[in-house]
Write a protein that binds this ligand. Sequence first.
Ligand code: CDV
Length: 328
Amino acid sequence: MTDHRLTVAAAQLGPIQKAEPREVAVARMVRLMERAHHRGVELVVFPELALTTFFPRHYCEQIAEADPWFESAMPSNATAPLFEAARRYGIGFHLGYAELTTEPDETGAVRPRRFNTAILVSPAGEILLKYRKVHLPGHAEFDPRRKVQHLEKRYFEVGNLGFPVIRAPMGALPGVNMGMMICNDRRWPEAWRVLGLQSVELVMLGYNTPSINQEAGGFEAHHLRVFHSHLSIQAGCYQNACFAVATAKAGTEDGCELFGHSIIVNPQGEIIAQAGSWDDELITADCDFGMCTLGRTTIFAFEKHRRPEAYQRITSQVGAVAPPVWPA
Ligand code: CDV
């Protein structure tokens, strides 16, 4: 019988305080890779914006003042130890970071551009895939009503790479279909389905989610924050017959609490590993990609059952419209 298994890990990170240099964060991550190696892991998934504090909670009047939180090269001197660890241990890794690049925009103007980005790196240290976050939550201007800001719309542009999937060797497997999303994307079924339509087998995603809803739009019980995160990931895996490794940044960072609860989910939507701390923690699971076949060939055999002609609103409309009122 062919072995389709890959041993994966979610490498949850405890808080990274504002004053903590990225070299310290990288050293913590290298230690997690070393532990992953001892546990036979072949692919490690780090969180969103894994190198620094979750800086969109801090307001800068001039956007360029936030540039010290961005990476203008990958790898750089500070991040090279991660690539070296990948080569040393023969482990692939997924890394979320703030990307500062100079490239043409949609009008052709070449200018500095900032994205909330993730990359997939091979065990040989090559970048296999890059994704830039599409669903940016929060707001662009300082909001005096909020105790904690969430300025992703200020610091980042909407990702312009779509939701790419790549088939590449990983671990002992000759090919795994791998895709990425970042944090808030996990709540949008459209994102999962775009990956599912590319036969994704493994979705990697990192997140920084505050334990408290700061939008002050109404009461939300604390326990529902984790429930909604897990619900979205479990539904995405089930409906697209794939595995997911979802990795949190956790604990109290700059006085703001982020929930952990990193999970690994199988194509039945079951949680097969879950973090129990709010600190640096490695959770692992064996992903048997043979498990993707059942959903893909039965309930979610897309080619047999999908009806895109009935889904026209999904791509032509952004906000909801009111329905007709009865009686007319
Ligand atoms: N980093 C995020 O995208 N966080 C959002 C919060 C703000 C709700 C999330 O969806 O988890």
